[in-house]
Ligand binder design. Structure first.
Ligand SMILES: CC(C)(COP(=O)(O)OP(=O)(O)OC[C@H]1O[C@@H](n2cnc3c(N)ncnc32)[C@H](O)[C@@H]1OP(=O)(O)O)[C@@H](O)C(=O)NCCC(=O)NCCS
Length: 197
């Protein structure tokens, strides 16, 4: 990690959850969470299309996540239950990429989240995202936090809505390129929510 890279805590405790920065030693727990929820994830997010992944590949992906966390380019956490025995999902925070920054302005951070299927319906994604939103404004000095999702993903829209985000609108793939649809293709449109600090 360079001395100028912004840093976030390796572990965050919320009322019911522990968010721990992604680490290869958790690969088997993350794999179990993803593999237990394939239809749920594969109908919602493009990254799950190629799952299930062999454990070795899962570890490789997590090693990339470690490097990104240390470089301050993306902070990805596993969402654990309170006693840290079970992965419930994941949540991440990252600086907005250039096309998104063009839409929402500078010094903005994007957050994203997923839950294993049997952990939905309890407010865990909202709780995890709230913690990352707090860090974006507090620790990182962000001006704005953004949530982007496929317009069809109404469950995802519930998270920013519960956290008081404002719906900015639905933009085209030309305005926000390279966002994946659930089938793994580039999606035609993306819904964008913003919250100002
Ligand atoms: C998107 C996703 C994380 C949303 O999950 P979720 O369970 O709806 O979201 P939360 O964990 O915030 O839970 C909210 C639900 O719990 C309920 N709830 C119960 N206790 C709660 C509490 N203490 N606080 C908030 N909500 C609570 C809410 O009423 C809500 O239920 P409702 O939708 O029936 O009204 C989940 O559907 C998912 O993993 N999808 C696949 C991956 C994905 O699409 N990720 C987003 C990509 S952009």
């Amino acid at each position: 990690m360079t001395s100028s890279a912004p840093s976030l805590p390796p572990q965050i405790r919320t009322a019911r959850l522990v968010l721990r920065r992604q680490h290869p030693e958790d690969a088997h727990l993350i794999k179990e969470a993803v593999d237990s929820s394939l239809p749920h994830l594969q109908t919602s997010v493009g990254w799950a299309k190629t799952a299930p992944w062999p454990l070795a590949l899962q570890k490789q992906r997590l090693a990339i996540s470690v490097a990104q966390f240390d470089a301050g380019t993306e902070w990805a956490y596993s969402i654990f239950d309170a006693d840290r025995t079970r992965v419930l999902g994941g949540a991440a925070l990252m600086p907005c990429d250039a096309p998104l920054a063009t839409l929402v302005g500078v010094n903005a951070f994007e957050t994203g989240y997923w839950l294993r299927e049997d952990a939905t319906g309890y407010g865990f994604a909202t709780e995890a995202a709230a913690a990352l939103v707090g860090l974006a404004f507090g620790r990182l000095g962000g001006r704005r936090v953004v949530v982007c999702h496929d317009p069809a993903n109404t469950a995802s829209a519930g998270v920013p809505r519960r956290l008081g985000f404002r719906f900015l609108g639905t933009v085209t793939d030309e305005q926000l390129p390279r966002r994946l649809a659930a089938d793994g293709t580039v999606r035609r449109a993306t819904s964008v929510w913003v919250l100002d600090g």
